[in-house]
Design a protein around this ligand. Sequence first.
Ligand SMILES: [Zn+2]
Length: 229
Amino acid sequence: MKRPSAKARLQSDLRQLFRSMDFVSRHPALKRDTKEARQLAAVYQQLGQAWEFLALQCNHHAGWRKTRQGKRVCKICGTVQGAPEPWLLLPREGTKTIGRRSIPNSKRIFKNRKAATIVNDTVDFHGARLNVEMLNRHRSRFFRDRDWTIAADRLVSLKEGGIECRFDDHLISIKLKKHKRGEQPPYGAFVWELPRKLLKNFPVLLEYDKRRRFVGLTIFRPVPINKKG
Ligand SMILES: [Zn+2]
């Protein structure tokens, strides 16, 4: 006997699920407010979740049909085209891809940071925390009485073992120690401004190429993470 293809199996699973959902939703007990009706309503919710999970396996290759409301719906799984999906399906092996690299999508100046946000998403990945924030140009009232226009920006932050690395369009910054509220903010200086004696406290290696171009830097961890605690 030939094994059914993954697509055929998904299609038949979905058909059975839709039948179960129809069965539950048309059950006469639902007309009264009884314990049985509440149980059936809960079962319907669970079937709805099963539908979401099954729909994640569908690549919508069978095409879309139009509903009376003018929406396009997948012929196999019933997903509405363009509607945000509440779950993501990721492969266990290999690279996981979530979203695309987004760039500012408007020339407008938005009235605040929230309205200007295109993406603000975080993933906790095997203990490392990654946040990507993409903003259009917007106004800020950070300095209370004055209105500032903040340039569009792509902000990426990676937190790993108590260290935060942040990227924006102009800076790459690394914080080894979090600045606490009320504490004096750290000093900042370019390397050439500092005396040699002070530089010896900083375990930083600057990297440059044959043509003396800056190509990178390495920071030696003051306390190696695996020896902490
Ligand atoms: Zn589909």
